[in-house]
Write a protein that binds this ligand. Structure first.
Ligand code: UFG
Length: 343
């Protein structure tokens, strides 16, 4: 059975491709490499010992997408392709709506044309906004996001729900990710942010490796045990495995499904910094700075529904996440740029 993975060269996409292949699926990737590197494909091939079929196209290029659907017997799509930088979305909202919303519309139109009506969508805990209390459950209202990026997830969710309601043949899974970190255990694929990282873990690893001076801890006056922000960090391999379970469920019975993919456990910024330092025996200098605009104090999942309905549970610990992020960073100090592996 063949799964089309949009954005399959990206951070979560690449890990999901590996898990799909290891579960016996055939995979086709479509990725425009706007925020990923073609080198990823070779790394996936080495890990899986298989040739990966991929198309270097944009999902908004309908002609190219028609060709992909015509050439491959696709049963379902896992749709990752999107922009994801929160700050950039505030500065360039149209770029985000155009890519993330128009991209999904273009994809769904082609899927409809080829009668492929099973889709797993990359959503985010950001759809819960600032007002719902943690632990977050799937039935909570999702009307407010803090930024345009978050609204593109809300709009896409709404669109996919409407589609599922309009035609019972559509099978739609909305997966709401919490904070994915970590890397594949070989240290050969991982997160490769453009420029200075926005997210905490890649910032920590770049400080630890000496590329950046110190981590700025954005506020220590939140209403949390140590005053710093609390998040539900989840190992990217656990997250990837959730997609395999989700696509199987969607293929077995056409429905609308919504699941949180998190561990259910909140850790603070300082917890993460200290666990990283201790696990890897490396210094991570930090200083407390002002809060970052738009951040909330606490965000963690209630993952019960995914456990009950998908039989999925996050298995890796915070120590695993810290160890694997560090192995990836050490092996690839400049990400996927040519010639970095182990030099
Ligand atoms: N933080 C720092 N210093 C940094 C970066 C982050 O102290 O340099 C703190 C933040 O204030 C927050 C925590 O670390 O408390 C995690 O921040 P991230 O930027 O890593 O992650 P966020 O929770 O802000 O954002 C993530 C995803 C978004 C998504 C959002 C809500 O990156 O895509 O969760 O679901 F929208």
């Amino acid at each position: 059975m063949t799964i089309l993975v949009t954005g399959g060269a990206g951070y979560i996409g690449s890990h999901t491709v590996i898990e799909l292949i290891q579960s016996g699926y055939d995979v086709v990737i479509v990725d425009n490499f706007s925020n990923s590197h073609p080198e990823v494909i070779q790394r996936i091939e080495t890990i899986t010992n298989q040739t990966i079929k991929y198309y270097a196209n944009d999902i908004k290029d309908s002609e190219a997408m028609r060709k992909i659907f015509a050439e491959n017997a696709i049963s379902a799509v896992i749709h990752f392709a999107a922009y994801k930088a929160v700050g950039e979305s505030v500065e360039q909202p149209l770029k985000y709506y155009e890519n993330n919303v128009s991209g999904t519309i273009a994809l769904l139109e082609i899927m409809q044309e080829f009668a492929v009506k099973t889709i797993v969508f990359s959503s985010s805990a950001t759809v819960y906004g600032a007002d719902n209390p943690s632990p977050l459950t799937e039935d909570m209202p999702t009307l407010d996001a803090n930024n345009p990026y978050g609204y593109t997830k809300i709009v896409n969710e709404r669109m996919l729900k409407d589609l599922a309601h309009s035609d019972p043949d559509w099978s739609v899974v909305l997966l709401r990710y919490f904070n994915p970190i970590g890397a594949y255990e070989t240290g050969t694929i991982g997160e490769d942010p453009n420029g200075i990282p926005n997210n905490l873990m890649p910032y920590i690893t770049q400080v630890a490796v000496g590329k950046l001076d110190q981590v700025s801890v954005f506020g220590n006056d939140y209403d949390t045990p140590d005053g710093t922000g609390v998040r539900d960090y989840i190992h990217v391999v656990d997250l990837a495995k959730g997609h395999v379970k989700a696509v199987a469920k969607a293929l077995a019975e056409a429905q609308l499904y919504i699941y949180n993919l998190g561990t259910g456990q909140g850790y603070s910024v300082l917890d993460l910094i200290h666990t990283f330092s201790e696990t890897n025996d490396v210094d991570v200098p930090y200083q407390i700075t002002d809060r970052r605009e738009g951040d909330i104090a606490v965000c963690y999942a209630d993952p019960t529904k995914a456990q009950q309905e998908l039989g999925w549970i996050a298995e890796k610990t915070l120590v695993d996440m810290c160890r694997d992020s560090w192995r990836w960073q050490q092996n690839n100090p400049n990400g996927y740029q040519a010639g970095n592996m182990n030099d």
